[in-house]
Structures are given as structure tokens and as C-alpha cells.
Write a protein that binds this ligand. Structure first.
Ligand code: UD1
Length: 424
């Protein structure tokens, strides 16, 4: 979200080992996309296991402005969206700029209405995030699409028609937008070099439950046979592998012991391998994983890559782990070039890191030293709060609203696990 709320900082007193149990709820990056895709069917769609985070409120507001009735039942984590026969076709800048995932209404709106205008999104300060693959893909599907005065405008008065699309990079957002556009297009669409993230698979399965015909989910080639109409459905969002990964790293970084209910090890293979290489003991439990660390971590090299590679969203966490590890390491960022903004903040806490292009060379130090720092995006914010736990004295993380966008009740959960963390 943009704009700093008053008293929006996290205060952390260093020194705690995190010990106990956490439960991971639904994935932000899946729930938001399912909510946007509900626009494809007239009537009431219900999405279960939705996290109670600020971004869900923004998406609810966006859908409400498009004419939907949205109810979020917080106790059961269920969102019900009642979609009208003819929703609005314009998503305004004041909402879209607060959240990148707003762009996901583009595909559903243009395929259903033949016309959509969506403001160019803002989102996190993690680097330039183009929309060229989205626009080119919609053109391949027969739309007239361009950006003008800060909006993406897509027009297809006679509907979309199936096409063979190849993405230059397996973009998550472009795969999702084009998949949700192609489900109502006439004929067959293929998306080659498609993203394979579990979030994309979840969205695809949701569309299939609505009546879409999709094959190849989770592979680089997705095939979609357009249907005339989709029906509302009920679908549970999958658990958040990035939040689960954050807790797994939190255990290792603080030399703690966390049981993470809801974590799915099969969605986190490479991050968990890195934790084991760093010296953590990782075991699977009946409904999740347990991560225990009894020693100072060992430095590990890593390069971020599209799924199943090491996720860019966990890059700040592995940089933090390396910053306090024994030895030196290299972290290479291949997805978002701006993501090293976090490093400057970590250096304020005494980390020894040198950035050269998309590489960060890290020399581990035994302890960091508390200072005021600024959260620049959701994951960097979570990383800085955890950095405060391994810093001497008090750390203040400003712009805490970033963390609220992705981590429900982060400060409370940390306090339950033994940390001295509070909001001011
Ligand atoms: C999504 C996630 C984000 C995650 C990222 C990669 C949401 C809301 N966000 O972001 O948390 O870090 O996937 O796993 O789900 N690109 C272009 N042109 C395009 C589209 C993308 O050049 O048209 C570039 C981007 O600038 C970036 C790379 O492709 O360098 C990957 O972006 P993409 O996979 O699209 O990420 P998002 O969907 O924005």
C-alpha cells in the first residue's frame, strides 16, 4: 500500500531465538489472482483460506468498484464475490498503484467484456516490472492493446481468438493474465515458456473448477481450449510457500526451532536444500515442516530463478542468513534487479555486503547492530524485522505497512515465539 499510516513502525529488541509453532494461511499471490479471476463468471464465487492482509482489502475494493459485491468472513477466511452480468471495465490508478496484482483483472475483463482499461500498476520497489508480455500476448489473442496516459487499454469487440504465444521469460503475471483471457477465447491457445509457480497452477485449477479446459499446468507449455461460458465455484487457496519459507529462514537465522503447520515441502525444495546446506535440520511433519538450527549458519551461495528455482521473494531472507553466517557467499538475483535495495538497509545494521550488478558478495559477521531502517517492500520488510532479532540493541523498521501487505499479524506471531517485537 502506498502512504505511511501513523505509528507504522516495528520495534525489535535483539537476541531472541524463535521457538514454537506457526500456522501458515493461504497464499497472497494466489488468493488475489483467484479473486480477480472470479470476474470470469456471473454469480457467487467463494474463495477459502484467504489471508487477512491489506492486499486482500485492496482487491476487494477494486472488485467492488467494478460492480461486484464482496464479503470477507474473517473468522472463516472466506471471501465471497458476487459478480454482476456486466461489471465495470476500468480499474483506476488510485487503487491499482497500491498493488501490482490489480493487473490481473485485465485478462478476465477483456475476454468477458471486449474492453478493459487498467491503470499501470505500481507495487513494490523491487525493480522495473514491465507489462510488455501481457500486452503482446493479448495482441496475439486478437485484441488491440496498448498503453496510454498511464493505462493499459485492451479492446476486442468481437472477442478473443486462440493463438500460440511464446513468452520471452516465464512471467508469473503474464502467464496468469493470458491464461484467464484465453479460457473464454474462441479456439485453442498455447502459452510456451509459461510460469510453473504453484500459484499459477492453483489459478489454473480454479479455472478448471469453473469449467475451463486447461492442460499442462505446472509445465512450460500450457494448452487452453476456449469455452463459451464459465460458472462460479468454490475453491480453497493453497498455503503460502513464501510465508512458510520466511518462517523456515527465521528459525535458521535465529538458531531457533519452528514447526510450520501448512508448509508444503514439495513447493520449497530448493530453499529447504539451502537451509540444510547452511546447517539446519529440516524434517517433514504430519501437516508441515520443522526447521531447527543449533549452530551459527554456514554461508551458502544461491541464484534466484523462476520456479522451481530459488524464489526471488526469499532472496532477502537468504541474504540475511548469509550476513550472519560463517564464511563468504554470493547471492545472484536473476528476476528483479531492484531487489538489492534491501542490502543498503542491512548494511546500516552492520552487514558486510558488496553489490556488483546482480551479484551480492557477502562476508558473514557474528552479530548485527540495531539501528533505524526502512522497509522497501514486503519481503525486505520481513527480512529487516528478522535482522532486528539478530542485532544488538533496538532496531526500528519504518514503513511497516509493507509487511502488513503479506504477513498477517507478524508482530504478534513473533512475540508468541519469544521475540520482543512491538508496533509503535
Ligand atoms: C509475481 C509475484 C512476485 C514474485 C514474482 C516472481 C504477485 C503479485 N507477485 O510478480 O511476488 O516475486 O511473481 O516470482 O504474484 N517482466 C517483463 N515484462 C512483462 C512481465 C514481466 O519484463 O510483461 C519481467 C519483470 O520485470 C521481472 C520478470 O519479468 O523482471 C518476472 O516478473 P513476473 O514473473 O511477471 O512477476 P510478477 O507477476 O510481477
Amino acid at each position: 500500500m502506498s502512504g505511511t499510516a501513523p505509528n507504522d513502525s516495528f520495534h525489535i529488541e535483539g537476541g531472541a531465538r524463535l521457538i514454537g509453532e506457526v500456522t501458515v494461511t493461504g497464499a497472497k499471490n494466489s488468493a488475489l489472482k483467484l479473486m480477480a479471476a472470479s470476474l470470469l463468471a456471473v454469480g457467487k464465487t467463494t474463495i477459502l483460506n484467504v489471508p487477512d492482509i491489506a492486499d486482500v482489502e485492496i482487491m476487494s475494493e477494486l472488485l467492488t468498484r467494478l460492480g461486484c459485491t464482496v464479503e470477507f468472513e474473517r473468522t472463516t477466511h472466506a471471501v465471497t464475490i458476487d459478480v454482476p452480468e456486466v461489471p465495470g471495465s476500468r480499474a483506476d490508478y488510485d487503487l491499482v498503484r497500491k498493488m501490482r496484482a490489480s493487473i490481473n483483472v485485465l485478462g478476465p475483463l477483456v475476454t468477458r467484456l471486449g474492453h478493459a482499461e487498467v491503470a499501470l500498476p505500481g507495487g513494490d520497489a523491487i525493480g522495473s516490472r514491465g507489462l510488455d508480455f501481457h500486452i503482446q500476448g493479448l495482441r496475439d489473442l486478437g485484441a488491440e492493446a496498448h498503453s496510454e496516459h498511464g493505462y493499459v487499454i485492451a479492446i476486442a469487440p468481437n472477442g478473443l481468438r486462440g493463438a500460440d504465444i511464446t513468452l520471452d521469460f516465464p512471467s508469473v503475471g503474464a502467464t496468469e493474465n493470458l491464461m484467464t483471457a484465453a479460457v473464454l477465447a474462441e479456439g485453442i491457445t498455447t502459452i510456451d515458456n509459461a510460469a510453473r509457480e504453484p500459484d499459477v497452477v492453483d489459478l489454473g485449477e480454479f479455472l478448471v473448477a469453473m469449467g475451463a479446459k486447461i492442460e499442462g499446468l505446472g509445465t512450460p507449455l500450457i494448452t487452453i481450449e476456449g469455452v463459451k461460458k464459465l460458472n462460479p465455484t468454490t475453491h480453497a487457496t493453497l498455503c503460502d510457500r513464501i510465508v512458510a519459507g520466511t518462517w523456515a529462514f527465521a528459525a535458521a537465522i535465529t538458531q531457533g526451532d519452528l514447526t510450520i503447520h501448512g508448509a508444503r515441502a514439495e513447493h520449497m525444495e530448493i530453499p529447504l536444500e539451502k537451509l540444510v546446506a547452511a546447517g539446519a535440520v529440516v524434517t517433514t511433519t504430519a501437516d508441515g515442516i520443522r526447521v531447527r538450527m543449533d549452530q551459527r549458519p554456514q554461508a551458502v551461495d544461491v541464484a534466484t530463478l523462476p520456479y522451481p528455482g530459488f524464489p526471488t521473494d526469499l532472496q532477502p531472507l537468504i541474504i540475511l542468513l548469509n550476513a550472519i553466517a560463517k564464511g563468504t557467499s554470493m547471492v545472484t538475483e536473476n528476476v528483479f534487479e531492484g531487489r538489492f535495495m534491501f542490502v543498503n538497509e542491512l548494511v546500516r545494521l552492520g552487514a558486510q555486503i558488496k553489490v556488483d550488478g546482480h551479484h551480492a558478495a557477502i562476508t558473514g559477521v557474528e552479530k548485527l547492530s540495531g539501528a533505524p531502517v526502512m522497509a522497501t517492500d514486503i519481503r525486505a520488510g520481513a527480512g529487516l524485522v528478522l535482522a532486528g532479532l539478530v542485532s544488538d540493541g533496538e532496531t526500528i523498521v519504518e514503513a511497516g505497512y509493507h509487511i502488513d501487505r503479506g504477513y498477517p499479524g507478524f508482530a504478534h506471531t513473533l512475540a508468541d515465539l519469544g521475540a520482543k517485537v512491538w508496533r509503535e
